[in-house]
Design a protein around this ligand. Sequence first.
Ligand code: FMN
Length: 166
Amino acid sequence: MAVIVFESNAGHTENYGRMLGEILNIPVYSNQHAKGVLGKGEEVFFMGWLCAETVKGYKKAAKTYDLCGVCAVGMTPPEVVDIDQLKRKNEINGKPFFYLQGGLEPDKLSGIYKKMMAVAASSLKKGEAKGTLSPKDAQMIALLKAGGSCVKEENLRPIVEWWGQS
Ligand SMILES: Cc1cc2nc3c(=O)[nH]c(=O)nc-3n(C[C@H](O)[C@H](O)[C@H](O)COP(=O)(O)O)c2cc1C
């Protein structure tokens, strides 16, 4: 039986992972915890947060486990996210791939990621003042300003449906 392993910084991916585990009635582990509990080659559905278009934790998880599917969680709205680009960048081939919108709650960020987001926000704000933002960046700054979480159980529907069919 597959289990869920997640890598989360501010908690959105963890929330999705735990919700999905409850719906599918399967165990859920953080990537850190999984190291001590799961063996090499175990069947895993991996969920990782997006940092500069990298699905955090994916590369190691792909080497360690038998991944039956991958889900990236980012702040980009699903209607504008470039799935092919994400798969290419993260070298995710031949596996079911899903994307979920998490959120952006700067107060929940920890470590270097808090600083990285502050730098990105300041550069976006400069671009906004100069009127040089791309449409995608304009959307990002709107998200940064609004903040908050987009985590909703209904967002998991495509994964739950796929799971039921596989
Ligand atoms: C340093 C940093 C870089 C990020 N890069 C991206 C990105 O490239 N694409 C994206 O959609 N979201 C990006 N995000 C937003 C996070 O992926 C989003 O907040 C996600 O919900 C975080 O999940 P978590 O709460 O499980 O850590 C970034 C966030 C931070 C802090």
